[in-house]
Design a protein around this ligand. Sequence first.
Ligand code: BEZ
Length: 228
Amino acid sequence: MADQRPEPLRLGSVAPNFKAETTAGPIDFHEFIGDKWVVFFSHPEDYTPVCTTELGAFAKLEPEFSKRGAKLIGLSANTLGSHEGWIKDIDEVTGGKVTFPIIADKERKIAYLYDMIDYQDTTNVDEKGIAFTIRSVFIIDPNKKIRLIMSYPASTGRNSAEVLRVLDSLQTGDKYKITTPINWVPGDDVIVAPSVKNEQAKELFPDFRIVKPYLRFTPLPKEKATVS
Ligand code: BEZ
């Protein structure tokens, strides 16, 4: 029998398009992306504790994503009515006002399309035994390419600052010929990309230093180091 599963999504895949109902009205996902970066993330279930803390945290950080030209959009296999009621709780409990859209994917069609379903953790199921969505994060660039995929188990809340940090790394890397080391945050030294020869590095990054021929660090000038 032919395998019905969609192509696996990988870094560099074009984010599959879909139409959906959201708390901000119906959307066509590619139109929603437009020329922005998008952070598309799923949570297991409305009115659950970890998810409440996560959505509140993403709501509080939304101005930072917005400064970087990035839009947030959530998803779970709940109804619009459920999302709308829960948003009020999130606001009350966390002080984070959720203004970004949350997709109502009751049938889990989008969740399957984006492989946001857990089949390892058999406790992660609803009352009918159907798998909840897991805590997935996709960062999608303005060319609609997937640039980051994260999957967290239901029991572990994500780190919203880490999602923002990856966005900073991707945007900085796209702008300059650099990569970012472990635990990098904006303002830290970056790594001169291996494709850049020393001669070119001298022109691009006058203060670069060679630790090993394959490991060259450089500060970025102030305007390069900060979010544009
Ligand atoms: C939570 O958000 O706390 C949660 C949701 C679904 C399964 C387990 C935990």
